[in-house]
Design a protein around this ligand. Structure first.
Ligand SMILES: [Zn+2]
Length: 67
């Protein structure tokens, strides 16, 4: 199993990388969960960007009104 951190080639049953000592055995369920979390995070980031743009729009409008 190749280490995704340092690309060291380890034995197929290796749980920890022999080179950088990081965990390389990741259960498939965890990978699926991670993918799901990444998708959710992306959705949240899009919502956040929208909210920021909206706040900026409202702030500009308020500033130009008071100026
Ligand atoms: Zn490694």
């Amino acid at each position: 199993m190749m280490c995704s951190f340092c690309l060291n080639e380890n034995g197929p049953e290796a749980l920890v990388c022999g080179s950088c000592a990081r965990d390389i055995a990741v259960p498939k369920s965890l990978l699926a969960e991670r993918d799901d979390l990444i998708r959710k995070r992306d959705a949240v980031l899009r919502e956040l960007a929208k909210a920021k743009a909206e706040i900026e729009r409202l702030t500009r409008r308020t500033n130009s009104r008071s100026a």
